[in-house]
Design a protein around this ligand. Structure first.
Ligand SMILES: Cc1ncc(COP(=O)(O)O)c(C=O)c1O
Length: 487
């Protein structure tokens, strides 16, 4: 008598639709569903692969593969020479009650303190909309020229850009060679290619320096006011921060030497104080280096936009005065483009391996193709020409902005400075810079308030106005809007 085909009572299998193909996948999904809804209970025995195959009219191999997949997911127990069962102790996880909890009423876990801290950082560090006066938007005349595009196209279609394995965390040697040559010549930095580590920008450089040089609880000095990306890094690392006031000569060490001299590191912007703009005088630089030698401390020099000086040559970097004490951070964000995410750190040889190790932890290395393009741009001389060109354009735009402000809103006091891609204006007494920045945003212009960059002991009220990426006409119209906002 011919055998009657076995009918398997698993309703979920009824949804298998042969016309849709991928029968093996459908079978696996249906069995998984049957387990998740409790149709198949923990420990329950499944039909043999042969019986299920006969019942469904599929090959035995299809059933075996489905069982094997579910076994690998931990849903089935398949013991040699024994039957296949739903894994013991497995709970249903797709009951109607669970679904209601998951989707509607379940309370999320409480927010860790660190997560709240990052919310504040996101607010501070998110770029402003790219309308005047946001900083650093290389567009139009100040964007990279045709040589950049030509080199980029050549490199992207060459074997150099073919996908490859992990690359050196220190960065591409030809880029480090080009940088060493440039930094010695243009920034008086004392370095060779082997002292340089390529980063994803100064923000990462600050993070790396804080990781390698400081332990949680250590004391560090930061300027007051300071770049919020620095203070956020130090806070994130659990470093105690003493904010050191700045005056017309940059960081004023006198009070710090009396009250908190034993810091492990000082984070400074000596070429162009961020955000106020003054350079650190030579006596102050020498005093800072003396302090670092006396207290066995580090100086972290953030040289973010020093190439852009409009009267005379850029100031030499501090690093050249004490290459074993000063960690130098540079970036392509200001002179090429922030979206490149390429920067560099110069460190003394005895720190190199520590920084390379820390760099490997943070994303391993920078994208190779972009490194090749920047290296070629520098080696073929276009980088220097580009800087000269944008310096001339920025210089003119800066003057247009200052003249327009003095003409249209004379009550704003422009801080004396002659570098960079932004100017700072002080607001008349009693004006709330945060409220003004918010009103400006509603009026379609982007300004940064100064007060959030200050410590609680300092009460500056002012605005940072970027001019780099905007034409004269755009700047003039934005100044008129700002005048309206201030009224
Ligand atoms: C003072 C200062 N340091 C560091 C950075 C971060 O630059 P990067 O784009 O290289 O991360 C900026 C960016 O505006 C800055 O102004």
């Amino acid at each position: 008598m011919p055998k009657r085909p076995l009918v398997i009572e698993i309703p979920a299998l009824g949804t298998i639709d042969r016309t849709k193909g991928h029968i093996g996948q459908q079978l696996t999904d249906s069995l998984r569903k049957a387990i998740s809804t409790g149709e198949l209970k923990a420990g329950e025995r499944l039909p043999s692969s042969r019986a299920l195959a006969d019942s469904l009219g599929v090959s035995r191999g299809t059933v075996t593969e489905a069982y094997e997949q579910l076994r690998a997911e931990g849903l089935l127990d398949t013991k040699a020479s024994a039957s296949t069962r739903v894994a013991a102790g497995l709970q249903e996880w797709d009951t109607p009650a669970q679904r209601t909890i998951n989707q509607q009423t379940e309370q999320p876990p409480s927010l860790p303190t660190s997560a709240s801290l990052y919310i504040a950082m996101a607010d501070h560090l998110t770029p402003l909309p790219s309308v005047p006066f946001s900083v650093a938007v290389p567009r139009g005349e100040v964007a990279m020229d045709d040589h950049w595009r030509r080199l980029g196209n050549r490199i992207r279609t060459s074997p150099m850009a073919a996908p490859s394995g992990y690359t050196c965390p220190q960065g591409l040697l030809p880029l480090r060679e080009a940088l060493a040559d440039y930094l010695r010549r243009a920034r008086a930095v004392n370095c060779e290619a082997e002292n340089i580590i390529i980063t994803e920008g100064t923000q990462q450089g600050l993070y790396l320096a804080s990781k390698v040089l400081l332990a949680p609880g250590d004391l560090a000095w930061a300027e007051d006011p300071a770049y919020p990306g620095l203070t956020a890094v130090l806070q994130d690392r659990g470093v105690q921060v003493s904010r050191i006031p700045v005056d017309t000569q940059g960081m004023n060490l006198a009070s710090a030497l009396e009250t908190c001299p034993a810091a492990r590191a000082a984070f400074v912007t000596p070429s162009h104080q961020y955000p106020l703009g003054m350079p650190m005088s030579m006596p102050r630089r020498l005093a800072l280096i003396d302090w670092a030698r006396q207290y066995d401390s580090w100086i972290v020099e953030d040289d973010y936009d020093s190439e852009l000086r409009y009267t005379g040559q850029p100031f030499p970097a501090m690093q050249g005065l004490a290459p074993k004490r000063v960690i130098y951070l540079g970036t392509f964000s200001k002179v090429l483009a922030p979206s490149l995410r390429l920067g560099y750190i110069v460190v003394p040889g005895f720190l190199l391996k520590s920084f390379i190790g820390a760099r490997s932890l943070l994303g391993r290395s920078s994208p190779l193709t972009e490194q090749h393009v920047v290296a070629a741009y520098m080696k073929e001389g276009y980088f220097d020409t580009h800087i000269r060109r944008i310096r001339a354009i920025y210089g003119e735009r800066r003057q247009v902005l200052i003249d327009a402000l003095q003409r249209e809103i004379p009550e704003l006091k422009v801080q004396p400075a002659d570098q960079g891609m932004h100017i700072v204006v002080s607001l008349p007494e009693g004006q709330d810079d945060v409220a003004i920045a918010s009103a400006a945003s509603t009026a379609g212009i982007s300004v940064r308030a100064l007060s959030p960059m200050c410590s609680d002991n300092l009460q500056l009220s002012g605005l940072m106005l970027g001019f780099g990426g905007f034409t004269e006409a755009q700047l003039l119209s934005a100044v008129k809007k700002l005048r309206q906002v201030l009224k």
